[in-house]
Design a binder for this molecule. Structure first.
Ligand SMILES: [Ca+2]
Ligand SMILES: [Ca+2]
Length: 236
């Protein structure tokens, strides 16, 4: 038994930090209310990442217009494009997860997806989690609104291209966790070393948008090298 427990402990993921967290669906005056996720409407919630981190998990409170669980949902994380009220999911999928609604009727269930790709998320950058479903509106999953607090939400029509702000002063129930990482770890292997320096030198100069542009000013130069050297760590 002890051996089994030890193996179990080793298999546990490293502790993760909270990158974003809303309230749950219970207790507020909103009550159990949410946005349908169906063939007629996809739903997205934006969050601003708290720290530089590799994505670990994301969780959502979901209920169900159908009494039976099983409606398909595709969860994606996407970068943000646009500014102000035109802010919306980019459509470029960073990672995706197919899941099935576990709720029976309007009894919300918190469902969690675990990242395999472990994408690097940047402190202060905006990202979207998007839920899409092929279920018809009358028997679709419903993404719960949080009991209090505000978020920036978008809904879209079936063509999937016309994102628009929901205009609702409520955030959707969502939690995001990750493990702290350095943006200077360009190859995302857990350290900042010569391999990362090589990648930076390869990208040296004007680059538009690239991971080696650590201060996001459109050029890879001495300022980015300075950030890398500050983050330097020995390989392991
Ligand atoms: Ca590295
Ligand atoms: Ca730069």
């Amino acid at each position: 038994m002890l051996r089994a427990l030890a193996i179990l402990a080793l298999a546990m993921p490293a502790s993760a930090d909270t990158l974003y967290s809303s309230n749950g669906p219970f207790g507020g005056w909103f009550g159990l209310w949410g946005a349908d996720v169906s063939t007629s409407q996809s739903v997205a919630q934006r969050f601003t990442c708290a720290i530089d981190a590799d994505l670990s998990t994301a969780s959502f409170w979901i209920m169900n217009n159908a009494e039976q669980p099983g409606a398909p949902i595709v969860v994606t994380i996407e970068a943000d494009v646009g500014t102000g009220s035109s802010s919306r999911p980019s459509g470029t999928i960073i990672e995706s997860w197919p899941i099935a609604a576990q709720a029976s009727g309007w009894n919300p269930v918190q469902q969690t997806v675990t990242s395999r790709a472990r994408p690097q998320l940047r402190a202060g950058a905006k990202y979207w989690f998007v839920l899409r479903s092929s279920a018809p509106a009358g028997s679709s999953p419903v993404w719960n609104f949080a009991s209090s607090g505000q978020g920036y939400t978008c809904i879209t029509l079936p063509n999937g291209t016309t994102w628009q702000s929901s205009g609702l002063s409520a955030g959707l129930c969502m939690g995001v966790t990750g493990t702290p990482s350095s943006p200077a770890d360009l190859d995302n292997d857990g350290d900042v070393d010569g391999a990362d320096l090589g990648a930076m030198l390869t990208a040296w100069g004007s680059c538009g948008t690239c991971v080696a542009d650590l201060n996001a000013d459109g050029v890879v130069d001495g300022a980015d090298l300075g950030h890398m050297l500050t983050a330097w760590s020995s390989g392991s």
